[in-house]
Design a protein around this ligand. Sequence first.
Ligand code: FES
Ligand SMILES: [Fe+2]
Length: 358
Amino acid sequence: MLRHHENSSMNSKINTYNPDLPVHMTFEEHDWHLLAEYWYPVALARDISEQPYGTMLLDMPLVIYKAGDELIVAKDACPHRGVPLSLGKNDGQGVVCRYHGLRFGKQGHCNRIPAHPEQKISPRFNLRTYAAVERYGLIWCSLSTDKEATPNIPVLPFWEDAEYQQLVCPAVDFQCFAGRQLEGFIDVAHFAWVHPDTFGDPENAEVPDYKTFETKTGFNADYWSSVGRYPIGLDQRGKDGFQWLRHFEIHLPFTATLTIHFPNNTKQVIMNAASPMTARSTRLFAPICRNYDKDLPVEDAYDFNLKIFEEDRLVSESQKPEYLPLDLSIEAHFPADRSSSMYRKLLRKKGFSPLFAA
Ligand code: FES
Ligand SMILES: [Fe+2]
C-alpha cells in the first residue's frame, strides 16, 4: 500500500547524511523544509493500536503505535541497522525489531537489546519521534514542530456538536501532488464535467461569479450556484430555484474545509486534508460532519464520497505537468479559477518554488 513511489520513474535524490531528512527526497529541499513546518494527517485513529503501523509523510517513512495511552509517531527506521519497525510486532512491552530484536516502548525509547541484556542502553538507540495528536478521528503529525508547541491544525466546524453526526471516510490514495489534488477540491467549474454520475448536472456548467477573502491561514471563498449536492436520482434533488452556498476555507498548504448549505437549513462540512506522502503521491483524509441523514448507515456516506473522490482521482492523476505551477503565466486561467489563482499566489507568497514539487 505504501511503496508505490518506489516503482515510479520520478527523480529522487539521496540526501548525503542528515538523519532529520528523508533518505530519498522527491521534493526540492527548500520546499521540504517549508512543508515540514505544517501539520498533516498520517492515519485514521481507528487503524492505530499497539501494533506498529507504517506510513509516509514528505518522503519520511513513519511508524505509529501506542504504548498504553501514549501515541508514538517515529521515523520508521531502527537506529541499529535501519530496518523498518513497521515490519515488527508489539510483544506487550514495545515494538520488537525484525532484525535483532531491539524493542521500543514509551516515548520511542529502546527498552531491550537481546544481544546484550545486561548492558545499559544508550539513548542513541531511541527512536526519532515527532509531535503528534489525534483530532477529527485522525492522527496528525508535524516533522519539525517543537513537541510543546500548540498544533496548528485546521478547524473543522461541528466536530464537537451533538446536533451533528461525525464520520471519517476511509483514506484514498491519489498518485499526484497534494497541491493538484487540493486545487481540484476547490475548483467549482468541473462539477458538470467530472461529476455527472454523482451530483453534477451536465446542463448546468456555467459558473456564477464569486469572491475570495484572504485569511490568516489561507483564504475563504463563498460560491453560490444552482448546482445541488444530493446524489443523482434522489427525488429530493433539484429543488427548483434553490441556491446552494458552498463556503470554502482554505488552510495552506493542503487542507480545505467545505461547508455545503443544503435546503431546510441543513449542512454538510467536509474536510479535504491532503497528506503529501511524496511529491507525487498523496493520501486524502476526509472527516465529515452533517446534521441530516444521521440515521442512515455511514457506509452509504462513505460510498458516495468515495465515488466522488474516485471521479476526481482520474483527472488529478492525469494532469501534466505533475507539479503545481505557482507562476501563473504557465497555465491559462478563466474567471471561475479565482480560487485556484488565489491558492497559487498565496503559496508563492509563502516562499514555495514556482514549479511547486516538480
Ligand atoms: S536493525 Fe533493528 S535490531 Fe538490528
Ligand atoms: Fe471534484
